[in-house]
Write a protein that binds this ligand. Structure first.
Ligand code: SF4
Ligand code: MG
Length: 314
């Protein structure tokens, strides 16, 4: 609710005043149990910061983050651990999350060591069970990350995220670093695990085809704001916000080969706009109205499931 994350950059030669970056700028949304909530937008729009805020990896500037009604950043450490062990994260780079000098078994056991008081043998049994579930034999326990392919490593980091039986998984660009040929197998694994373990996903990607495949509902982010939020069909078949419309028009298709008229979104993200003045998409918007330059639009609920933040719907 009203989540904000601001970073302040110190004075430099270029900027005489300390500069505030509004990475996440007052966003509110719910993720329902059992669904996959997709978050899309260009790089730098605040998707990963949102993920890290929810996972309690960075501290919010303002707002509330509730998991089953309990603040994920509650001061009481015991209560906080009880909440955060239900929230796990899968990252983009499956190599970067592994210590190259430690075995896969060590990697998979680490969450158990931190959060549970199991014996060595119990840990080993749990890891072998998980490996088996994912179709790996127990020789993988002793292998090193460099002996695995990118796809296998991402499977291992997905397994690692499941070690504590979490309810909620945040996947930040989980297939962006992988070959297209293995992307779909990872996505399907995530779908299967969702059914098997009753998981809820926050699925972040800049790849609109992937997000459409995975998500039940989608939030479209632009410059730290959620500018549109709706069911996946509504976002793809009936986008309302001019930014969403241009994103959808820019999805590449095999039929566009060599088409010079293929839509692109004109201009660049305007990061230097003065805070609180007008719509952040104003400098690129093909449908801008007179008031858009000076008055910031507020999010409106058009029907039960469709929210949009644009003056065209005032
Ligand atoms: Fe375009 Fe105005 Fe809507 Fe912003 S508020 S997206 S500038 S029409
Ligand atoms: Mg990111």
């Amino acid at each position: 609710k009203n989540l904000k994350k601001y970073y302040t950059l110190p004075k430099t030669k270029l900027f005489q005043q300390p500069k505030t970056i509004k990475a996440v700028n007052d966003i509110s949304f719910d993720i329902y149990a059992g669904e996959t909530f997709g978050l899309v937008g260009e790089s730098g729009c605040g998707k990963s910061t949102t993920a890290k805020l929810i996972a309690n990896l960075v501290h919010k500037t303002e707002g509330d983050l509730l998991f089953d009604g309990i603040p994920v950043d509650i001061k009481d450490k015991q209560k906080r651990n009880a909440v955060t062990k239900n929230i796990q994260m899968i990252f983009q780079d499956p190599f970067g999350v592994m210590n190259p000098r430690k075995t896969i078994g060590w990697f998979l056991e680490e969450p158990l060591k931190i959060h549970q008081s199991l014996s060595r043998k119990e840990r080993r049994m749990r890891v072998n069970h998980m490996l088996e579930e994912a179709g790996f034999d127990d020789t993988y326990y002793k292998r090193y990350p460099h002996e695995l392919s990118g796809g296998q490593r991402q499977r291992m980091s997905i397994l690692c995220s499941l070690m504590l039986n979490p309810k909620f998984i945040i996947a930040d660009e989980p297939v962006s670093a992988l070959d297209v040929s293995v992307q779909s197998s990872i996505l399907n694994l995530m779908k299967d695990l969702q059914v098997q373990y009753g998981l809820t996903y926050l699925f972040i990607s800049h790849d609109l085809n992937v997000v459409e495949y995975m998500s039940d509902r989608i939030g479209v982010m632009y410059l730290g704001k959620i500018v549109e939020l709706a069911h996946v069909e509504d976002i793809y078949d009936n986008p309302l916000h001019p930014y969403t419309k241009s994103l959808m028009a820019a999805i590449p298709s095999i039929h566009d080969r060599g088409n010079p008229d293929k839509a692109v979104i004109a201009g660049e993200i305007n990061r230097h706009q003065k805070i609180g003045t007008g719509c952040p998409f104003y400098n690129r918007c093909p449908e801008a109205l007179g008031k858009c330059k000076d008055i910031e639009p507020i999010a409106r609920q058009l029907n039960q499931n469709h929210h949009v933040c644009c003056h065209l719907y005032d």
